[in-house]
Ligand binder design. Structure first.
Ligand code: NAD
Length: 376
């Protein structure tokens, strides 16, 4: 039997067989994942690797076949893969029969359950402003000149969203509480991940907390400082969350890796992604303690445009690039994808969501083809 995350470790530059679980998902999912697989196949051809895909069902697609959004079989098969690439899950809540089911049997329940089963505690959301898309950014030009490129690392399985909570009545007055708890093990494992990732980037970590008020933040700061001692090449900066929210719109270029707990990360990652412009450009990854990760676009299944061949596949293609970098240590191959995406944008090609005057409108499939043509 194959053990979970019994990854085949290779030295950099080795020829690899990439065993990738593929969840095409619902709505635009199959269209955008097909383009990402096309790009991976082209990379494999150029760099001498092989891709072995294992199709897995999740969400609405799983409900249609099995009656439930996630089966044990999907979880077990995902665990045998080196990484999983996913489209998006869900349908139109008003019209889809999936939403007639009780909440625990709806598509999104499958997504939460698979993240939990795979112990994905670190969520990575890059926020990149491409020079050629800066018109989509709501910030002033003097702030965005030259673009920006940051990575938000959010703790995903602890903190306020998982703490003890209750609503009680005391002396006839309703009172609700939620508790924010972190232990040092949880903080250390995500901090290590953030510093590892900073080593692949511009070597700066901004750890965001509310240490002037919260005990959990003071422990966070202490443990992050301990981890930083093992990474002398990486600069560590501590920032209070309220200041970070301001700095993201005032001077986003200052950030490389932002490391933060669950709720702060939830809010800051949405803020950071919105200043980049289109949802169709936003990649994401959720990682566990090994090299395994689930890679998916940040957007949803966009039922309004599903099946029309107009969805932007770039977020999924960039998620595949993250997979090459973080699960397979294939940095050169990942950079090749990122450069090809930047080149397509520079050459003036756009899907509808990022279209602007004077550019050439293309569909999902053409975008995949044009990125493949520019891979080196
Ligand atoms: P959505 O992200 O699917 O769509 C919001 C808007 O963005 C729509 O106008 C859509 O057309 C557009 N859009 C999204 N991705 C695009 C792309 N790649 N190219 C071009 N345009 C794109 O959000 P929603 O409409 O609120 O949700 C639709 C479904 O997706 C729901 O069932 C929701 O639960 C689900 N959802 C899934 C995930 C996930 O799988 N991780 C995340 C968010 C929402």
């Amino acid at each position: 039997m194959i053990e979970f995350n019994q990854l085949k470790y290779f030295r950099k530059g080795d020829i690899m067989n990439l065993h990738i679980g593929v969840i095409k998902g619902d709505g635009i999912g199959p269209e955008i994942v097909t383009e990402a697989m096309k790009v991976l196949d082209k990379i494999a051809e150029l760099y001498g690797h092989t891709c072995e895909y294992e199709e897995l069902l999740l969400g609405g697609a799983s409900i249609d076949v099995h009656g439930i959004p996630l089966t044990d079989e999907t979880v077990e098969r995902a665990k045998t893969c080196d990484a999983v690439l996913m489209g998006s899950i869900g349908g139109d809540a008003k019209t889809s029969p999936w939403y007639q089911l009780e909440p625990s049997k709806r598509p999104e329940a499958g997504l939460l359950a698979i993240r939990k089963s795979l112990n994905l505690f670190a969520n990575l959301r890059p926020a990149v402003l491409y020079e050629d898309l800066k018109g989509a950014c709501p910030l002033k030009e003097e702030i965005t000149e030259g673009g920006f490129d940051m990575m938000i690392m959010r703790e995903l399985t602890g903190g306020l969203y998982f703490g003890e909570r209750n609503t009680v009545e005391k002396d006839g007055v309703l009172t609700a509480y939620d508790s924010l708890t972190y232990n040092e093990t949880e903080i250390r494992r995500i901090a290590k991940r953030a510093f590892d990732i900073a080593m692949k980037r511009r070597k700066k970590v901004t750890s965001v907390d509310k240490a002037n008020v919260l005990d959990s933040s003071r422990l966070w700061r202490k443990v992050v400082a301990e981890v930083a001692a093992d990474y002398p090449e990486v600069e560590l900066e501590n920032m209070l969350v309220d200041n970070c929210a301001m700095q993201l719109v005032k001077n986003p270029k200052q950030f490389d890796v932002i490391l933060t707990e669950n709720m702060f990360g939830d809010i800051l990652s949405d803020e950071a992604s919105m200043v980049t412009g289109s949802i169709g450009m936003l990649a994401s990854a959720s990682l566990n303690e090994s090299k395994f990760g689930l890679y998916e676009p940040s957007g949803g299944s966009a039922p309004d445009i599903a099946g029309k061949g107009v969805a932007n596949p770039i977020a999924t293609i960039l998620s595949a690039a993250m997979m090459l970098k973080f699960s397979f240590d294939l940095d050169k191959e990942a950079d090749a994808i990122e450069n090809a995406v930047a080149q397509v944008l520079k050459d003036g090609y756009r899907t509808g969501d990022i279209m602007s005057d004077g550019k050439t409108l293309i569909g999902t499939e053409e975008m995949g083809d044009f990125i493949c043509e520019r891979l080196k």
